[in-house]
Design a protein around this ligand. Structure first.
Ligand SMILES: [Zn+2]
Length: 170
């Protein structure tokens, strides 16, 4: 598993690539790329009773499991811009980020296409809108900190440990 696993030809000139410790280099045209984690953002949106809003994933990977709303940061985008955009897309909510929860490295997908993801997580409060599931989300639900879904119903691997530590229920 790895971003550059299986890369054999230069994407610019199609010459053979040299693979070396987390990077590839093309001796013909000088193209080089370092493998890296892809940044993603997520929010633990809380209401006045400290319930947290989770989003059931509509698509693979981990379709049907509960996830924190969020998504990948686009090229050139600030992390908080991405957070606002993703929350609006997936929940219809305008949110105000609060405390920074932390960073969590995980993988996304399985097999040779799996990528490494660096998740950046904030608490957030709703400033406008009512929660409506859309985009990659099939359902939204509020969960009290002491009644979170079981680990087997939570997406990926980082979420269960992060969410339970944040909720103080580890
Ligand atoms: Zn090349």
């Amino acid at each position: 598993m790895g971003m550059l696993t299986g890369w054999r030809h230069c994407p610019l000139c199609a010459s053979a690539l040299e693979q070396r410790e987390g990077r590839v280099r093309c001796a013909e045209c000088g193209f080089a790329l370092y493998a890296h984690s892809v940044p993603a953002v997520a929010a633990y949106v809380v209401d006045d009773d400290r319930q947290v809003l989770l989003a059931r994933r509509a698509r693979e990977p981990d379709a049907g499991l509960w996830d924190a709303p969020g998504g990948f940061v686009e090229e050139g985008e600030d992390a908080l811009e991405a957070l606002h955009r993703e929350l609006l897309e997936e929940t219809g909510l305008t949110v105000e980020p609060g405390a920074f929860v932390g960073t969590f490295v995980d993988t996304y997908g399985d097999g040779p296409d799996a990528i490494s993801v660096l998740n950046l997580v904030w608490e957030a409060a709703i400033v406008a809108g009512d929660p409506v599931a859309s985009d990659d989300v099939s359902e939204l639900g509020w969960f009290p900190p002491d009644a979170l879904p079981p680990d087997t119903d939570l997406a990926f691997r980082w979420l269960a440990r992060s969410l339970r530590a944040w909720a103080g229920t580890t």
